[in-house]
Design a binder for this molecule. Structure first.
Ligand code: NAD
Length: 317
């Protein structure tokens, strides 16, 4: 990987893509070069101009420009946020077929450019689109990552922090499975510092209830629908989640993030791309962490895998 220059190419300069770009510029010192590509070249040009005009106020300098697929050659990461946004009432899976065609037009020229870095996919349905990227690119699985349940996990920690009146940074909890309706929280693995919340609830029945945690889980699962209903699309949160993953890769952080990664025997699955806690560093997915799930949680995870496998099998790739 080309770590000297730290070059990122963003494909899809819509709301999600540009929320990522804006957060990247504002957080500063994550990368040196950002290339914007969109089927709508005028849009990519305008976005590059707009971002460049804010550079004087940014923490650190960056080279930002609207580019071509040939610019992917020496990039470290290709972020894909191209596609059609989820509409009110539309499930993520409804988007699948349309976005697969969009990806055919993207992955081929990226690979042809000689790109040898890491793909990071945000387009929905993200687990399937990540697997589509893997199939079309024929890259090693560790170098094809989806944003998975990283945003859902951030939402969960925020809500649990609020519930227990604790800094979300001290809540250790994950949303795993499909980024969608079958995702779930393995409650047995939710910790406040190093103490299980199931123990905290047992010891404080007048203050906390398991039902409240289940309610929080439901809020996390349905929050995208609520935001879309209120303001048509979600983008700031996912933009920041993409920035977080890019930072973990370029900084070789070995951070644990719930990305969409390919199972190779973990949790009894094989081939499925799904949201799981994984160690993320310079070479992408270093390792998938296997949580000690209860039988019930394992059943939910398998159900999520089965759904994703079913959707993928219906595709003509
Ligand atoms: P948007 O419509 O604002 O932007 C999509 C962009 O993709 C547009 O600029 C469009 O011109 C471009 N595009 C379309 N076809 C292209 C092609 N063939 N090549 C290059 N660019 C192309 O949509 P958005 O709100 O930015 O959402 C983008 C995607 O992100 C959607 O699939 C959405 O569902 C997804 N999303 C994912 C998450 C997550 O958690 N992973 C969260 C929110 C949204």
């Amino acid at each position: 990987m080309n770590t000297d220059k730290r070059k990122v190419v963003l494909i899809g300069t819509g709301m999600v893509g540009m929320s990522f770009a804006y957060s990247l510029v504002n957080q500063g010192a994550i990368c040196n070069e950002l290339v914007l590509i969109d089927v709508n070249k005028e849009r990519a040009n305008g976005e590059a101009m707009d971002l460049n005009h804010g550079l004087a106020f940014a923490k650190s300098n960056m080279k930002i420009y609207a580019g071509e697929y040939s610019d992917c050659k020496d990039a470290d990461i290709i972020v894909i946020a191209a596609g059609v946004a989820q509409k009110e009432g539309e499930t993520r899976i409804d988007l699948l077929q349309r976005n697969t065609e969009v990806f055919r037009s993207i992955i081929k020229p990226v690979v042809k450019s000689g790109f040898d870095g890491i793909f990071l996919v945000a387009t929905n349905p993200v687990d399937i689109m990540t697997r589509v990227t893997y199939e079309l690119s024929r890259f090693g699985a560790s170098r094809v990552i989806g944003t998975g349940t990283s945003l859902d996990t951030a939402r969960l920690r925020y809500l649990l922090g609020d519930y227990f009146t604790v800094d979300p940074k001290n809540i250790h909890a994950y949303v795993i499975g499909e980024h969608g309706d079958s995702e779930f929280v393995p409650v047995s693995q939710v910790m406040l510092a190093t103490k299980r919340v199931t123990e905290i609830i047992e010891g404080n029945p007048n203050s906390y209830k398991v039902e409240d945690i289940e309610e929080i889980e439901e809020q996390v699962r349905t929050s995208a629908y609520k935001i879309i209903q209120a303001k048509r699309a979600t983008y700031y949160g996912i933009g920041m989640a993409i920035t977080r993953i890019v930072k973990a890769i370029l900084g070789d952080e070995n951070s644990v993030l719930t990305v969409s990664a390919k199972l190779s025997g973990e949790y009894g699955g094989k081939g499925t791309f799904i949201g799981v806690p994984a160690i993320i560093g310079r070479n992408g997915v270093k390792e998938i962490l296997e949580l000690s799930l209860t039988d019930d949680e394992m059943q939910k995870f398998r159900n999520s895998c089965d759904l994703l496998n079913g959707y993928f099998d219906d595709l003509n790739i």
